[in-house]
Ligand binder design. Structure first.
Ligand code: NAG
Ligand code: NAG
Ligand code: NAG
Length: 340
């Protein structure tokens, strides 16, 4: 709709005048920052449907989008290969390509054999910002990582009265200061470099990803239970809704361990897992499912062992994130323990 309006607006101008900045890779910086609570990456710009509009805006209306979809519409995201992954507010991304209204980006913390720069996909251009000042803050300041809930509110004021937006579990924002006048808020930077505030009890502060304490299995399982009953979303990596590997990958990343984005790649590409026998499973181990259990290339599902014969999983469209008995039959390919 924005594009049609722009075309009408510019219809009388010369060709050179309507060359939008996004058209030229020469004028697009190579690094950007996600400027919405959750940006959805699409297979290509033709993939979003009319009902996906809330996910394409700035601000993005993720909960509204999820609430509006029927199970058939959730399933169609998978069956029509529409969504690839998602990226959280403030994430630094590589710009790979562009059109008038879209950027193709790569998300660095989502490892994939598809692209050495990170997981690729197309996002609405309005969801990316290019503020180098924010990049400098990211590089020089500690970060606050959201850990207390699936989503938490971010505020304009240190008294936590005026909400800006809800941000996801795992979101990392540069810390400007822990508010000396109030023990209840952490002062963080928005992508605009404006100041915002997080409730102190919603986030933990780290100097770098490597200073996140190495988790126990129980830590990972406890974090996983924050998301029970959240929706399944093909491509989902935020606390709002997950796909299977988005769930396990987001949990591990929040605990300082970066694994691959897709289920098959979590088994074969990340490179630091060891096989675990059924009898030796511990909380945190990843359980893989394949259409052909002799062929890792056919892995299509991953879940996390939660102890006592149970696992946590984002199973599929229409099935909320759940704790359920481990399925050892049919499609069970094997289990791996991520050691790093
Ligand atoms: C950029 O994207 C356009 C549109 O999808 C495609 O035709 C073109 O080949 C891409 N360019 C590069 C360098 O990938
Ligand atoms: C944040 O989430 C809460 C409940 O989860 C909701 O009531 C509120 O409207 C949301 N705020 C924004 C700004 O979207
Ligand atoms: C399963 O994979 C193995 C190993 O790649 C292959 O030899 C076998 O033919 C496959 N089975 C089926 C039913 O495709």
């Amino acid at each position: 709709m924005a594009r049609a309006a722009l075309t009408v607006l510019l219809a009388g101008l010369t060709t050179s005048a309507i060359a939008a900045p996004h058209d030229s890779t020469r004028t697009t910086p190579s690094i950007g920052y996600i400027d919405v609570s959750v940006a959805t990456l699409w297979t290509n710009p033709s993939k979003p449907r009319a009902i996906d509009a809330p996910a394409l805006q700035n601000p993005a209306q993720i909960q509204q989008w999820l609430d509006s979809m029927t199970t058939a519409e959730y399933l169609d995201l998978t069956d029509s290969d529409r969504t690839q992954t998602q990226a959280l507010y403030g994430t630094q991304v590589h710009i790979l390509n562009s059109t008038d209204d879209w950027y193709e980006i790569a998300v660095p913390d989502q490892l994939t054999p598809k692209n050495a720069l990170g997981y690729p996909g197309w996002v609405a251009a309005v969801q990316v910002s290019f503020n180098e000042g924010y990049g400098k803050l990211q590089a020089s300041k500690p970060f606050a990582q959201v850990e207390s809930a699936a989503t938490v509110p971010l505020y304009h004021d240190p008294w936590l009265r005026n909400p800006i937006m809800n941000i996801s579990y795992g979101t990392r924002l540069p810390v400007l200061s822990t508010n000396p006048n109030s023990r209840c808020s952490i002062q963080v930077s928005l992508t605009s470099c404006k100041t915002a505030y997080l409730p102190s009890n919603s986030a933990k502060i780290y100097n770098s990803p490597s200073s996140i304490p190495h988790p126990t299995g129980a830590d990972l399982v406890r974090s996983g239970t924050l998301f029970l009953s959240r929706a399944y979303l093909w491509g989902g990596t935020s606390g709002y809704a997950f796909d299977c590997a988005g769930f396990t990958g987001t949990l591990y990343r929040a605990h300082g361990i970066t694994i691959a984005r897709d289920s098959g790649a979590q088994a074969t590409y990340t490179g630091h897992g060891v096989s675990v026998e059924k009898e030796a499973l511990e909380m945190r181990d990843l359980l893989f499912y394949a259409t052909n259990v002799s062929d890792a290339a056919s892995i299509h599902h991953v879940a996390m062992y939660a102890g006592q014969g149970e696992m946590l999983e984002a199973y599929g469209a229409g099935v909320p994130v759940r704790r359920t008995g481990v399925r050892f039959g049919g499609e069970f390919w094997g289990a791996e323990r991520v050691l790093v």
